[in-house]
Design a protein around this ligand. Structure first.
Ligand code: NAD
Ligand code: MG
Length: 386
């Protein structure tokens, strides 16, 4: 049996590292042929290349390329967005584990080239949904979600009618841990520190998504992600807080039946699901223990203290480039928070103010999307409190 070639773009991050663990376990099935990463962790990127014998490496700048070529003469080093696009077009399966809008070339190129795209990078799908829709039907192309909620829904939809718009599905129900500040009083939220916001109760993840989880913007983005992935209206996507992060999401059918997917929180499970499809890989990541008693809770989200969710639905209803504006403004605000420029509360305030200034465009081309992303970042930056 020939091995499936895998390109892992965003190899040094949280999802990247966990994808490597899955690959290490399945050397007969998968061959890692390309990796890419940002400028922050080149040494780790080189280590990965050496361990897996990878000879195609993507980096963001020429300076990074020179460093990698000095350390590993003979490998081919590809630079920038073009490099990411080329790497995403040249493996059977592409894992997009890049963080933020920077992952866009990976998403579009993998689908255009008819590859399987195992997508962790939700930001690219949210911003580019109409463009993704055009390329995802390329022969051979497959879009599988690594994001645990969407992977759960993918599994829970297995028995659904395949007709467009899922006629026998009433709604998708995304679960949210509620983040570290669930139940906090409004006054306490004014005093949130960076360390507190970076301490997620159930998942260990990269800094950007950890902050997004603390504001519930991650769940807002995931509502948009679900609508784009499954081609369903946002009004049929609901959110319920579930602090244990055991039920990863649910599908409610029109007869009232609810199908859920459960496991302990472990991203290696959805990663392995996306890599192995249609086969299930035999491993115990996330395996449940029903011998020790435990309880599961479900409660409605607190949209008063966590307005991000409401704002995300608004962006969805505005359509066009509004989701791209939401996501871009959020990236700017989260970076400013991590840089100690603004307070935790001001993250979502900045996003709301930016979205209020949204300049409507219908997204029909990549040029329009890149312009919208740039403009949203300018507006968000100008609106950062000083
Ligand atoms: P992370 O910060 O840990 O890793 C990000 C990776 O992207 C790193 O390898 C970094 O080097 C790379 N990168 C950054 N800029 C780049 C660029 N310009 N070119 C190439 N590579 C670049 O982030 P993460 O937590 O692994 O998250 C990655 C994506 O997966 C995000 O979109 C996140 O929302 C999504 N996601 C993550 C988790 C999780 O458990 N970590 C769960 C669900 C979804
Ligand atoms: Mg998620």
């Amino acid at each position: 049996m020939s091995r499936t070639s895998v390109a892992l773009l965003g190899a040094t991050g949280s999802i990247g590292t966990q994808t490597l663990e899955v690959l290490r376990r399945e050397p007969e099935r998968f061959e890692l042929t390309s990796i890419a990463g940002g400028s922050g962790n080149l040494e780790r990127l080189i280590e990965i290349a050496k361990e897996f014998g990878v000879n195609r490496i993507g980096v963001p700048t020429n300076a990074c390329r020179d460093l990698v070529m000095t350390a590993m003469p003979g490998v081919s080093v590809l630079v920038g967005d073009e490099g990411l696009s080329e790497l995403a077009s040249s493996a059977d399966t592409v894992v997009n584990a890049v963080v933020g809008f920077a992952g866009l070339p990976v998403t579009l190129s993998a689908l255009e080239a008819g590859k399987r795209l195992a997508l962790a990078n939700k930001e690219s799908l949210i911003a580019a949904a109409p463009l993704v829709e055009r390329v995802r039907h390329t022969p051979g192309a497959e879009l599988l979600p690594i994001d645990s909620e969407h992977c759960a829904i993918h599994q829970a939809l297995a028995g659904a009618s395949k007709a467009e718009g899922f006629p026998d599905v009433r709604r998708l129900v995304l679960t949210a841990s509620g983040g570290p500040f669930r139940g906090w009083a409004s006054e306490a939220l004014d005093q949130v520190t960076k360390a507190q916001a970076l301490a997620h109760p159930t998942w260990a993840m990269g800094p950007k998504i950890t902050i997004d989880s603390s504001t519930l913007m991650n769940k807002g983005l995931e509502v948009l992600e679900a609508a784009a992935l499954f081609g369903i209206e946002v009004d049929r996507v609901d959110v319920v807080v579930h602090p244990q992060s055991i039920v990863h999401s649910m599908v409610e059918y029109v007869d009232g039946s609810v199908i859920a997917q459960l496991s302990k929180p472990d991203m290696r499970l959805p990663i392995a699901y996306c890599l192995g499809m249609p086969e299930r890989l035999d491993h115990s990541w996330g395996a449940m223990d029903f011998q020790t008693p435990f309880s599961l809770e479900f409660l409605p989200p607190d949209t008063q203290n966590f307005p991000a969710l409401t704002i995300a639905y608004e962006a969805a209803r505005l359509g066009g480039a509004a989701p791209a504006w939401l996501s871009a403004a959020n990236e700017v605000a989260v970076a400013a928070f991590l840089n100690d420029q603004i307070s935790w509360r001001q993250i979502v305030e900045t996003v709301a103010e930016t979205l209020a200034l949204y300049e409507p465009v219908t997204l029909t081309s990549l040029t329009e999307l890149l312009a919208a992303d740039k403009r949203a970042r300018e507006v968000a930056t100008a609106n950062l409190p000083r």
